[in-house]
Write a protein that binds this ligand. Structure first.
Ligand code: BES
Ligand code: MN
Ligand code: ZN
Length: 517
């Protein structure tokens, strides 16, 4: 009998409304007024001047003392007195030098602001965004990035606690964006909605990532995909063991045969582009727990291997946003999902398996399982005649050594697609950086006993893993993202919390939006 908290099936998303309101900065009644302040500007914006004047130069005084200078990450809370300002509290949030402002700095500043608002425990907070604008960053992109930072920054994962410690912080129900100088309200509201939808989808991906292996099983991910499909008018196809055998998906089956939990191949089709136009394919590794199999991992931090499905979670998150935004393009999300465990039937080092593609693989290391389940997914999707494929996978520890937490690795068979994805990542604030796929690296996966082997050893581990995947992609333009270092972490950025980051959900949506034009 499983006593796992399976009934935590809801993937609760806290609902926070973001409203664009028109009011005067000094006379708008609010529990918390938030003013973004650029570094080194004593006059800053008109709104800054107005608030500063209303409270007899208290902001100038704070800046003059030097304890708050408007640097990134800085903030200070003031209680100006209600006869001076209609707001009960005033929070100053630093954003750094105005000329270096970009969307990511805005997300971070909004994250800092919302975390302070949660800490103070207010039910509503009002933001003045003019301090975040620059010559290259207009009101709409600032509003979008603010909505993203606020939605991501207010994320809490406490569904599995009986006593929800964060109940206090859940009070914040609405963020107001104060519109001051006759901007187009519709435009701002549209930008806010875009940011909120993308960030909520990323929070959804985070929750899937944070849920443990006894809750977020392959079958559970399949159910979540079905829910997305019925909510947003997509077709869901979920293959279980019988269908996978029918399809000869030998690699996905081989990985799952060591576990009691059934595998799934999850396919979500969003067909909103011109009929017959070739779809974009998003593929994500959905390994719900990776023990390493017989090539078992060390016990230290093994619990983190519940995050081995974060690529799949990001695909589901992106599909959710693509559906909610109703982007007019054909996109198909695919998640091969399995556990990698150990029983009497588990695959053994040296086993040779036959993949869906037909190529045989010598399994020299059962811990190199992600490339096996992805191989079958990449082979299966050839039937969709994809225009381009992007996959995301927590694939190699080597990638964490190479790039750490500040960029995912990008590798592929098409340099212009790699560059396109790099740019989408830069815009989304989820950076990727290319690694080379020189032909010589492929030699490391040559096998004595089969067509190829599933590990090329330690040198260039991220690159040889990508070469393995490439065997199953053939000629379609394809980019592989190794997200082992970026999918989860210590939550040090202002809009992150410890655990799953939800990356690269934003990158996926950004890419699809750009392709849709
Ligand atoms: N899921 C792991 C990769 C991983 C490691 C992700 C650390 C996040 C943090 C993957 O399945 C794996 O075990 N890869 C092996 C491959 C090796 C055996 C060729 C690795 O990187 O050690
Ligand atoms: Mn592994
Ligand atoms: Zn793995």
């Amino acid at each position: 009998m499983q006593i796992a908290p399976r009934h935590f099936s809801s993937v609760q998303l806290r609902f926070m409304n973001i409203a664009v309101v028109t009011a005067g900065v000094a006379d708008h009644a609010t529990p918390l007024l938030i003013l973004f302040v650029a570094e080194g500007e004593t006059e800053n914006t008109a709104e800054f001047g107005e608030v500063n004047q209303a409270i007899s130069g208290q902001i100038s005084a704070v800046l003059q003392k030097g304890d708050f200078r408007g640097r990134e990450g800085q903030s200070v809370l003031l209680y100006p007195g209600e006869d001076a300002l209609a707001a009960e509290r005033l929070l100053l949030v630093g954003v750094g030098k105005r000329e270096s402002l970009d969307a990511e700095k805005v997300r971070r500043a909004a994250g800092t602001a919302v975390k302070q608002a949660l800490r103070v425990g207010v039910e509503r907070a009002t933001m003045i965004l003019s301090g975040l604008r620059s010559e290259s960053l207009g009101a709409a992109p600032v509003s979008r990035a603010t909505a993203e930072g606020v939605t991501l920054g207010s994320y809490v994962f406490d569904e599995l606690k009986t006593k929800q410690e964060n109940n206090g912080t859940r009070k914040l129900g609405v963020i107001e964006i104060l519109q001051t100088d006759g901007e187009d309200t519709d435009l701002l509201e549209e930008a806010v909605r875009l940011g909120r939808v993308v960030a909520e989808a990323e929070n959804f991906a985070r929750t899937l990532g944070n849920l443990p292996g006894n809750v977020a099983t392959p079958a559970y991910l399949g159910q979540k995909a079905e829910e997305i499909a019925s909510q947003f008018g997509m077709r869901a196809t979920i293959l279980g063991p019988a269908e996978l055998r029918e399809e000869s998906m030998g690699a996905l089956l081989a990985v799952s045969q060591g576990s009691d939990e059934e595998p799934r191949l999850i396919i979500l089709e969003h067909q909103k582009g011109p009929a017959g136009s070739r779809p974009l394919l998003l593929v994500g590794k959905g390994l719900t727990f990776d023990s390493g199999g017989i090539s078992i991992k060390p016990a230290q931090s093994m619990e983190e291997m519940k995050f081995d499905m974060c690529g799949g979670a990001a695909v589901l998150g992106a599909m959710r946003a693509i559906g909610e935004l109703d982007i007019p393009i054909n996109v198909i999300g695919v998640v091969p999902s399995s556990e990698n465990l150990i029983n009497g039937r588990a695959m053994k080092p040296g086993d040779v398996i036959k993949t869906h593609h037909g190529k045989t693989v010598e399994v020299v290391n059962t811990d190199a399982e992600g490339r096996l389940i992805l191989a079958d997914a990449l082979s299966y999707i050839r039937r969709f005649n994809p225009a381009a494929i992007v996959d995301a996978a927590t694939l190699t520890g080597a990638c964490v050594i190479a790039l750490g937490a500040h960029a995912s690795a990008a590798l592929g068979n098409d340099e212009s697609l790699v560059e396109e994805i790099r740019q989408a990542g830069a815009r989304a604030g989820q950076r990727v950086w290319p690694l080379p796929m020189f032909e010589e690296y492929r030699d490391q996966i040559k096998s004595e006993y089969a067509d190829i082997k599933n590990s090329g050893g330690r040198p260039a581990g991220t690159i040889t893993a990508a070469w393995f995947l490439r065997e199953f992609v053939e000629e379609t333009p394809w980019v592989h993202l190794d997200i082992a270092g970026t999918a989860y972490g210590d939550g040090k950025l202002p809009y992150l919390t410890k655990g799953s980051t939800g990356a690269p959900t934003r990158l996926f949506v950004e890419w699809v939006l750009a392709r849709a034009g």
